[in-house]
Design a protein around this ligand. Structure first.
Ligand SMILES: [Zn+2]
Length: 129
C-alpha cells in the first residue's frame, strides 16, 4: 500500500516535472520567436538600406558617366556626335534630363552648355521621340 502510494507520488512528481519542462520549452519558444522577429525586421531594414545605397550608387555612376561623356564631347568637338548616338541607345529620359540640366543634346552642339537658351535643334530632337 505504502509502496503503491510512493509510485503514485513519483508518477505525479514526474508529470509535474514534465509540465515544468514544457513550460520552460514554451518560454524558450516564445523567446526564439521574438528573436526571429527581430532578425526578420533587421533583415528587412538591411534590404531597404541596401536598395537605397544601390540606387544612390546607380545615380552617382550615371551622373559621373554623363559628365565624362559631356567632357569627351566638348574636347572632341564635332566627333561628339558619336557620343550622341550612344545616348540615344541609353534612352530618351537621360537625354531629356541632360537638356534640363542645361546641355545641348542636338547633333550640332551636343554636350556643350546651353546657357539657359532653348535650342531649336535640341527641341526638335526631343519632340521627334
Ligand atoms: Zn542644341
Amino acid at each position: 500500500m505504502g509502496c503503491h502510494f510512493v509510485d503514485k507520488k513519483e508518477f505525479f512528481d514526474s508529470v509535474s516535472h514534465m509540465e515544468e519542462q514544457i513550460g520552460q520549452l514554451y518560454k524558450q519558444l516564445g523567446e526564439l520567436k521574438t528573436h526571429l522577429a527581430e532578425l526578420i525586421e533587421e533583415n528587412h531594414s538591411l534590404q531597404l538600406e541596401n536598395e537605397h545605397l544601390r540606387r544612390r550608387l546607380d545615380q552617382s555612376e550615371n551622373s559621373s558617366s554623363k559628365r565624362a561623356r559631356k567632357n569627351k564631347a566638348e574636347s572632341k568637338g564635332l566627333e561628339g556626335q558619336d557620343d550622341k548616338a550612344m545616348d540615344v541607345g541609353e534612352g530618351y529620359d537621360n537625354l531629356a534630363r541632360l537638356y534640363q540640366e542645361g546641355f545641348h543634346i542636338c547633333n550640332v552642339h551636343f554636350g556643350s552648355p546651353r546657357k539657359d537658351e532653348d535650342c531649336l535643334f535640341c527641341l526638335s530632337f526631343l519632340n521627334k521621340k
